[in-house]
Design a binder for this molecule. Structure first.
Ligand SMILES: Nc1ncnc2c1ncn2[C@@H]1O[C@H](COP(=O)(O)OP(=O)(O)OP(=O)(O)O)[C@@H](O)[C@H]1O
Ligand SMILES: [Mg+2]
Length: 860
């Protein structure tokens, strides 16, 4: 190992402490990265990787970017999932010739970012921590940018689902843990999750004798997880985390359980096909006006309530706003509010700029207007919200008197403090401006004294103030001028008097900047003392915003207030799908639904492809979710008996990327349903058993329905859409099963979808007609009709083998049937030899394999 230069030795010392971060090492006007960091950074940032000599024949890889443009580079690195350690020069680079002292001042990780440029205003950015005693799990999670801190404890079977719901940006896990999760994970030493130490840390942080005030005294495992979060935050932020002012414990049992598959299938937040955000329940529902409201409505969608009173409280809140003239006025004020929650967090973490502080004031001064508008409201939620919103008159006054109205974006360059706020600032300002006048006077005086009319006093950052005399006048330069610099046409001098003036002017300027910065920090600290009250107000505003938004959506879309109760009944009159309704403007056909635990427990829904079965299933689930959020619902009338969980098995959600076949994925989901559903649950089964051969699929589907019907522990209310007509026979043997179908009629050879769900089984499947709609060649359609007829006449050649190939024109036997099969083999062979395996990705190859197998299966 060659001997390191002192600089690299310093680098190594610092890097040692930040092994898993990219260390940005400040060198003058640049941030530099070295070694592997340089290689990683160069790749992500598209920088040129250079190298720097270090001893003989040894070069160190190096990549850097200018400090001035660092924001965008750092953002890019964090977005790429990297952790960044920012190492600054803390000593004075000018004054000492020795190595400048350097230290890491901030570590940015995906779960701890606070920069606006990296945050989505409409979503929380959670750092999650997990601990376990082998049996149960403790979770704690925190959005550092808002100060939101929540914790819970739960059993093994729900941990992964809950982690997905929280949508962790970074997960802290004890290093002895083996939990397979996606996303960035940081392993920390096990001792950092110690429950006892965690408890003490929480007590200390909040300055309380016990945690019972927060309602989480007993959550031992969550204490451990919380302790790890606090230590990690302090380590990365290099300071105490003053924006966390309370703990919000919860139990997963408080909320309707919506597993990950169901959340995806129902497209609550994202579209299935491309993860887009349009055409989702969130897109329809989120008409909020503030960032706090946007984050809140997202949380509401993911956690529908199970407590009837809490649901009613929200409903009443929405109802009153819906009828009130004042809603629009409230929305107007809300629209003018900034992200108060994040602004106050920046204040508490001493990251707020002068502009942030002004933005905060702009918002806080509008709170009394909101309170005034709330005065006439009587429902308990509005009363509570009004009580939670404080007035911040003195804070606003402080800001107004201290900080100028349009301050610069940094606190180091001066120009922040208003005249009249601080005597010393005013004096120094006077001094710098009078100093400048003195210098101007001196210039005039020297011109007169020397007779050099072109004599100038100038300034540059290297020499400070100087007197410049052009070459032709040099003979007039008097005694006492000291030469400092020679230019092509002129000489520059300094004098004793000029230097003295300079010291007082520049000294005053530096001092002024420093002083303004100090005063700004003091003011910021002062604002920080009301962090908890501002946060509470901001959160109340968020909830008010969601209530307004629900009222607005209900009004604009003609939704009605559902009755939610403790019965086992789900009765929807003329329900609509909230998202599809928007897409088929005006043309949506409403449908009713009656479910209960006895006579209408399982509805088997048949009907042709494209009829609207899946839409119907989803719309019922979405109406239930909306009702339990406290929202109005798209229906003429709805009575919803509380649903504890929604399970879905919808569509062929091939999960090739996870290496699970359609059929296996489907069976996993079915198993999950049968193992976890309760009589309070709502189960949607859409074409279960489709991914395998007919008889297998049918048998499985049949058995699943029987189990759901007969097993009293499971006995969930179920909607079952299927193409297996045989399943409609279940109605005759099981009391709780009822048949429905989505009606359509034939007009000549065409099929017309009526979109109406009616009692009884559908008479046939119309698959061939739909195929025709899709433009399959005429010969194929006709031939398909023929084969279908044969099948429907139950023409079997040998037991179990339909006489598929029987044709009106020609009589065929088993040999010809074989020939269909063997001709498909020829096709297969051809297809296989055409494949260009080198040019395919594994997924493409797998997809192709699926198609080929299907081709083969279709002829079996
Ligand atoms: N009630 C309705 N009113 C108007 N249009 C509807 C209605 N229900 C469904 N549609 C339209 O019909 C399309 C097909 O509906 P859907 O996917 O629910 O059919 P499906 O019966 O599940 O078909 P498949 O058997 O092929 O899965 C939807 O995309 C929607 O545009
Ligand atoms: Mg469907």
């Amino acid at each position: 190992m060659p001997k390191l230069t002192p600089l690299l030795a310093q680098y190594q010392r610092i890097k040692e402490k930040h092994r898993d971060a990219i260390l940005l090492f400040r060198l003058g006007d640049f941030y530099e990265t070295f070694y592997d960091d340089a290689k990683r950074a160069a790749k992500i940032l598209n920088l040129t990787l250079t190298s720097r000599p270090c001893g003989k024949q040894h070069r160190v890889p190096l990549a850097g970017f200018p400090y001035k443009a660092s924001e965008t580079y750092i953002d890019k690195l964090v977005k790429a999932g990297q952790t960044i350690a920012i190492c600054e020069q803390l000593g004075d680079a000018k004054s000492s010739r020795e190595l400048v002292y350097r230290e890491v001042v901030e570590v940015i990780t995906p779960g701890t970012v606070c920069r606006e440029s990296l945050l989505d205003t409409r979503r929380n950015n959670y750092l999650v921590s997990i601990s376990s005693d082998g049996e149960r799990f403790g979770l704690a999670f925190c959005d550092l940018s808002t100060g939101d801190f929540r914790l819970t404890e739960l059993g093994r079977n729900k941990v992964l689902e809950e982690l997905e719901r929280i949508d962790a940006k970074e997960l802290l896990m004890p290093s002895s843990f083996q939990l397979k999760v996606t996303g960035p994970v940081r392993s920390l030493d096990d001792y950092r999750f110690d429950p006892h130490a965690g408890y003490e840390r929480l007590r200390q942080h909040f300055g309380v004798a016990s945690l019972s005030g927060f309602g989480c005294e007993e959550m031992k495992l969550a204490h451990g997880a919380s302790g790890a979060i606090f230590s990690y935050l302090e380590e990365t932020q290099k300071r105490t985390i003053d924006n966390i002012t309370k703990l919000s414990p919860y139990r997963v049992e408080q909320f309707m359980w919506i597993d990950t598959t169901t959340r995806r299938n129902l497209e609550l937040l994202e579209r299935i096909r491309d993860s887009g955000r349009e055409d989702t329940l969130l897109a329809v529902l989120d008409r909020t006006s503030t960032a706090m409201g946007a984050r809140e409505v997202r949380r509401w969608i993911l956690s529908p309530l199970l407590d009837l009173q809490a649901i009613k409280k929200r409903q009443d809140g929405v109802a009153e706003l819906l009828e009130s003239e004042r809603r629009k006025a409230i929305e107007k004020v809300l629209l003018q509010l900034g992200d108060i929650e994040r602004l106050i967090s920046k204040v508490a973490l001493e990251k707020a700029t002068p502009r942030d502080v002004i933005a905060l004031r702009e918002s806080l001064t509008r709170l009394p207007a909101v309170k005034a508008l709330l005065q006439d409201f009587t429902s308990s939620y509005q009363r509570e919200i009004d009580g939670r919103i404080s007035r911040f008159d003195s804070v606003c006054e402080l800001i107004s008197s201290a900080i100028v109205d349009s301050p610069p974006s940094t606190s180091q360059e001066g120009g922040i403090i208003k005249p009249g706020f601080d005597g010393e600032v005013d004096r120094l300002r006077g001094l710098t401006s009078s100093g400048k006048t003195l210098i101007a006077e001196m210039e005039a005086k020297e011109r007169a004294r020397t007779g050099i009319t072109s004599l100038k006093v100038g300034y540059n950052s290297v020499f400070g103030y100087y007197i410049e005399v052009t070459k032709p006048n040099l003979h007039l330069v008097p005694e006492g001028y000291m030469r400092k610099q020679t230019l092509v046409n002129a000489e520059r001098y300094i004098t004793q008097e000029l230097k003295e003036l300079e010291t007082s002017v520049l000294g005053a300027e530096d001092k002024l900047k420093e002083m303004e910065h100090d005063i700004f920090c003091r003011v910021r600290k002062e604002i920080g003392t009301v962090t908890d009250r501002v946060q509470e107000s901001a959160r109340a505003i968020g909830e008010l915003d969601v209530l307004c938004c629900l009222a607005r959506v209900a009004k604009e879309n003609r939704w009605t207030k559902p009755t939610v109760d403790g019965t086992d009944r789900i009765r929807i009159v003329d329900g609509r799908h909230p998202v599809v309704e928007m897409m088929v403007a005006g043309g949506f056909v409403p449908n009713s639904c009656e479910l209960n635990g006895t006579t209408q427990q399982i509805l088997v829904i048949t009907g042709p492809n494209m009829a609207g079965k899946s839409t119907y299933l989803r719309q019922i689930a979405l109406i239930v979710i909306l009702a339990q959020i406290g929202s109005y619902v798209p229906a003429k009338d709805a009575k919803i008996g509380l649903v504890d969980r929604i399970f879905t098995r919808i569509g062929a959600s091939d999960d090739l990327s996870r290496g699970v076949s359609t059929f296996l994925a489907e069976m996993n989901e079915a198993a999950n349903i049968l193992n976890n559903a309760t009589p309070r649950s709502l189960v949607l089964l859409d074409e279960i058993g489709r991914g395998t051969s007919t008889y297998d699929g049918l048998s499985i589907a049949w058995a699943v329905v029987e189990h759901l019907h007969n097993n009293p522990v499971v006995k969930a209310r179920t909607l079952f859409a299927t193409h297996y007509h045989q399943l409609t026979e279940l109605e005759y043997v099981l009391e709780g099963v009822k048949n429905y179908n989505v009606a359509c009629k034939e007009v000549g050879e065409r099929i017309v979808f009526l979109r109406k769900v009616v009692p009884g089984a559908s008479d046939r499947s119309y698959g061939v007609e739909v195929a025709k709609l899709a433009g399959l060649p005429r010969e194929v359609i006709e031939r398909a009709r023929e084969i279908l007829e044969n099948l429907e006449e139950d023409e079997f050649l040998v037991p179990g083998m339909p006489r598929l190939a029987k044709s009106k024109d020609r009589e065929v036997g088993p040999s010809e049937q074989l020939s269909i099969f063997s001709s498909s083999l020829v096709n297969l062979k051809e297809e296989l030899s055409k494949l260009n395996l080198e040019g395919m990705t594994p997924i493409e190859a797998l997809n192709r394999l699926f198609e080929l197998k299907k081709l083969l299966d279709s002829h079996k």
